[in-house]
Unconditional design. Structure first.
Length: 141
């Protein structure tokens, strides 16, 4: 199986058991070794008291894209930490796109940058995730 096929199989296996991402209406629209693109529509039940998308849900979208990117080589990998900067509000009806890209992979640790934009291309958030590979475990056999 080539690297792209592996990444796609990892996406399918992970997404099948990812109730949180499915509940939020996330779609993983692209995946490849060290990268992933996820989308999420902003629904009424995602708005906070100021009628803007809750920042934690924006972080969840970015974290999901990060998870699919860092597992795409079929090496079971978890987050060891992340930080996010919210740069602009997301509103009801927006469709957010999180694009995750591997910045560094060394030994068992990785560093991933994720941008979140709305359907107009406005930058909503910047996320940086740190990953840790769990030995030789795999997402699928």
């Amino acid at each position: 199986m080539d690297a792209q096929a592996v990444a796609e199989k990892v996406r399918d296996v992970m997404f099948a058991d990812d109730a949180a991402s499915r509940m939020l209406g996330l779609q993983i629209v692209h995946v490849g070794p060290g990268r992933a693109v996820a989308t999420m529509p902003v629904r009424a039940d995602m708005l906070n008291g100021f009628a803007i998308c809750h920042g934690g849900l924006i972080a969840t979208l970015a974290d999901s894209a990060f998870a699919f990117a860092c597992n795409a080589r079929n090496a079971l990998t978890v987050a060891s930490g992340f930080g996010i900067d919210i740069l602009k509000s997301a509103k009801l009806g927006d469709v957010l796109t999180a694009t995750a890209a591997e910045a560094s992979l060394a030994g068992r640790t990785g560093l991933y940058d994720v941008t979140v934009k709305n359907q107009h291309g406005d930058l909503i958030a910047m996320f940086r995730g740190r990953s840790y590979r769990l030995g030789e475990r795999k997402v699928f056999e």
